[in-house]
Structures are given as C-alpha cells and as structure tokens.
Write a protein of this length. Structure first.
Length: 119
C-alpha cells in the first residue's frame, strides 16, 4: 500500500518557484507533525527542509531556506505542501515528505519528487 506520494517537482531556472505536494495516508498524517526532507546527488543522508505541526501553529525552517520556502498543510485531504521561491542551484535534490522524526526512525517513504535548479 502506497502511503506517501510526492509530486510537483521539475526543472526551473535560478530564481524560479515550485510548489510541491505530498499526499499522505491518514494513518501517517492525522495528528502528526509533518516535514519535508531532501537528498542531494551523491549524498546518502536526507536533509531536513521544513516542518509543520498539525494545527500549523509551529513551523520550523532551517536558515538555508528561511525566507524562500513555506510549508503548509490541508488536513481535510491529508496533503502537505512546500512552496519554494527564489530557488538556487543548491536546492537541487529529491524532495520527500514524512512524519517529523529523525530520519533513521522513519521506515515508510515515498518515491520523492526531483527538483532541479539550473544556473
């Protein structure tokens, strides 16, 4: 059973924008803090990008994306979003969504969505 499906990636130029979506099963989504992660080419580890609480009152963004990325969710349809603006080549990665936990504790992953930013 597929529980996480990311979409919305693509090829954009530096300074462009993309909105990623992530459809999640209710089992994983309901009541949980959710997050976006990314994995760059050649890097075996998935990097934290953004997180949001169930009621959207708590949002965390690392310095590398703060002011450019926004995370939000629609609890009525179990979907997580990542609005990415002012994209840079270093944002090139495969983006994944999941429960906001340490990566090594997560066992269910989607296929991810590729974001490529050309210079």
């Amino acid at each position: 059973q597929v529980e996480i499906v990311e979409s919305g990636g693509g090829l954009v130029q530096t300074g462009g924008s993309l909105r990623l979506s992530c459809a999640v099963s209710g089992r994983l989504f309901d009541g949980n803090f959710m997050a976006w992660f990314r994995q760059t080419p050649g890097n075996g580890e998935r990097e934290f990008v953004a997180a949001i609480s169930w009621n959207e009152e708590d949002i965390y963004l690392p310095t590398s994306v703060k002011g450019r990325f926004a995370i939000y969710r629609d609890n009525s349809i179990n979907t997580l979003y990542l609005q990415m603006n002012d994209l840079k080549p270093e944002d090139t990665a495969v983006y994944y969504c999941n429960i906001n936990k340490p990566v090594n504790e997560l066992t269910v992953w989607g296929q991810g969505t590729q974001v490529t930013v050309s210079s």
